[in-house]
Write a protein that binds this ligand. Sequence first.
Ligand code: NAP
Length: 248
Amino acid sequence: MPIEKRVALVTGASRGIGQAIAKALASDESLTVIGTATSAEGASTISHYFAKWGLDGDGIVMDVADPLSVSEGIDQISSAYGPPLILVNNAGITRDGLLLRMKSDDWDSVVNTNLSAVYRTSKAVLKGMMKARWGRIINISSVVAQMGNPGQANYCAAKAGIEGFTRSMAREVATRDITVNAVAPGFIETDMTKDLPVDAQNAMLARVPIGRLGQASEVAAVVNFLASKQASYMTGECLHVNGGMYTG
Ligand code: NAP
């Protein structure tokens, strides 16, 4: 019997946490995983890694900061593979700086890419999920949404916004068997953290009881659980994956 396939969409899957999430989801044979990147080169990186791992997935170009690119990208996925019934809003950027010196461009681009994009993609996939009467949305927040972090007012505001969005949307769509949850990683070893000055890295590490950076695969495992049928009674929740750095 051929397996009935569902489509999962992971934004920002060219590297880091998004790549690990795409890999974890695609290990479920019933899923076709579409990963997005901002460039054709990033999209082909995604297609290549799925092929290399022998997993069912593909990469496409979709800039989550651009409403047209999101609507075209989701139309493209829906007609080629079917409507996404799992959405992982992972794409994110930082533009750090103390508030006194923060340029309005740095505020706008972080809020647009990290928060408004979540509104855009979630709204775009919702009709398909409602029709299927099943769906999973997982939004990648950050430990700093709740802790705050000097130099990251834009990023913390956007991530805290994601958590509020998650709770509201969860209440709106729960009766349709669509769950909406967030995952808040701590200090994870990716491109986003590798360029931090060594002093800042050491200061962060000193606050992590487990005493090491997290791995992208450790975040992906939690996302994979929330995307699964086993997580059917969890919604509006934010799960922390931070080595004990913040316990709420
Ligand atoms: P990363 O290594 O910098 O990768 C970022 C990903 O987002 C890339 O795939 C990038 O695609 C994509 N992206 C950026 N802007 C985009 C846009 N406008 N449209 C579509 N995709 C875009 O980041 P990461 O560390 O894996 O972080 C992934 C998520 O986890 C982010 O939401 C981040 O805020 C969150 N997070 C990370 C940490 C950490 O310690 N690393 C901690 C807490 C939360 P391109 O390759 O095309 O640029």
